[in-house]
Write a protein that binds this ligand. Structure first.
Ligand SMILES: NC(=O)c1ccc[n+]([C@@H]2O[C@H](COP(=O)([O-])OP(=O)(O)OC[C@H]3O[C@@H](n4cnc5c(N)ncnc54)[C@H](O)[C@@H]3O)[C@@H](O)[C@H]2O)c1
Ligand SMILES: [Zn+2]
Ligand SMILES: [Zn+2]
Length: 338
């Protein structure tokens, strides 16, 4: 079988490998489609602090079960499945309190261990979620990024009464936007790439802010009549934006949910957090949110096609990564087909 391997930062190859063996608790999946995510690109560029090399990347993948271990329950050959890439130990404090996505011994497929950019992959059956027949593979490959949207909604306690600011209209920002509109919130979204803001407008953003053209604080004051936003999602990964979010943009009792993961330090004033009782909330991956997302897909509550701009056969993965780097105004999400 073929596998897409990032040998070391900057070097991507398609290699031949043995089809993996499965344990009694695993199934063998024939991968059908997989999305390229910002984190795959970061691993390619050597900018992901969690990754080790060589690595088969890909954590947004779906496929068909072709072989079953003898202890697997609830699945059979031929089932179409989405794979939750989060693997946890079950023993540590976060695991014990039901927060396995921040497990001390967290292993994410495609980051800490090999992922889905290969023709076959062995997976524990507890990571599987059945997909309905009528969802095409390319669409199904977006279950994992939408699970980020579900997770951040829970983390931020997103509700219809919130006025929300989403910083960043990349694939993740556009997914959070869809979830926030689905919940009935009023939403502003910030970016510096006009095509991404245009897409946000089409997806129902109440206000778009181009940070290159407009002062963010002024824009938010106009949007909220000076009240500030109740809930902020920082999905640019830019520390200066997060700093502005904490200092200048929230209403009293506001929440700021942090998605980006730079290692830069930032400065803010204690009193700005204290006096407004701000909450600064981290969010990582998803905590068993696949079933909820598949339900959204079944009920046509989200528009997955709006974020998929390109599809490539996996043999062209190099071209796909290149395009992703070179054309941020054209590329939102690329799906590889197998
Ligand atoms: N916490 C998690 O579980 C999790 C999961 C997925 C992604 N992420 C992170 O969320 C962020 C968004 O992911 P993505 O895939 O959409 O990434 P992306 O890079 O495609 O999108 C980021 C967007 O922010 C915009 N941006 C960058 N700097 C800006 C600035 N100074 N002002 C305004 N806009 C700016 C970019 O134009 C882009 O549209 C990334 O930082 C990613 O690492 C976190
Ligand atoms: Zn992803
Ligand atoms: Zn654990």
């Amino acid at each position: 079988m073929k596998a897409i391997v990032i040998e070391k930062p900057g070097e991507i190859n398609i290699i031949d490998r043995e089809i993996p063996n499965i344990t009694t608790n695993q199934v063998l999946i024939k991968v059908k489609a997989a999305g390229i995510c910002g984190s795959d690109v970061h691993i390619y560029h050597g900018k992901n602090a969690f990754a080790t090399y060589p690595r088969v990347v890909g954590h947004e993948f779906v496929g068909e079960i072709v072989k079953i271990g003898k202890d697997v329950k609830g699945f059979q050959e031929g089932d179409r499945v989405a794979v939750d890439p989060v693997v946890s130990c079950g023993e540590c404090y976060p695991c014990k309190i039901g927060r396995h996505n921040v497990c001390r011994n967290l292993q994410v497929m495609g980051v800490h261990m090999d992922g889905g950019f290969q023709e076959y992959v062995a997976v524990e059956y507890q990571q599987l979620y059945k997909l309905p027949e009528n969802i095409p593979w390319e669409i199904a490959a977006t279950v994992e990024p939408f699970s980020i949207g579900a997770q951040v909604a829970h983390r931020g306690r997103l509700s219809a009464s919130d006025t929300v600011l989403i910083c960043g209209a990349g694939p993740i920002g556009l997914i959070i936007l869809q979830v926030a509109k689905m919940k009935g919130a009023k939403v502003a979204i910030l970016d510096i790439v006009e095509t991404r803001l245009k897409k946000a407008k089409e997806l129902g953003a109440d206000k778009t802010i181009n940070g290159k053209e407009k002062n963010i604080t002024e824009a938010i004051n106009e949007f909220t009549n000076g009240e500030g936003v109740n809930l902020i999602y920082e999905a640019t990964g830019n520390k200066n934006i997060l700093q502005t979010c904490i200092r200048e943009l929230p209403s009293p009792a506001g929440r700021i949910v942090v998605l980006g993961f730079t290692t830069d330090e930032l400065s803010f004033r204690q009193v700005d957090i204290m006096s407004r009782e701000l909450e600064i909330i981290g969010t990582r991956l998803n905590n068993h949110r696949f079933a909820e997302v598949i339900e959204w897909f079944k009920q046509n509550r989200v528009q997955q096609k709006e974020i998929i701009t390109h599809t490539f056969p996996f043999e062209k993965a190099k071209n796909a990564f290149k395009l992703n780097d070179e054309k941020p105004e054209e590329v939102f999400k690329i799906i590889l087909t197998f």
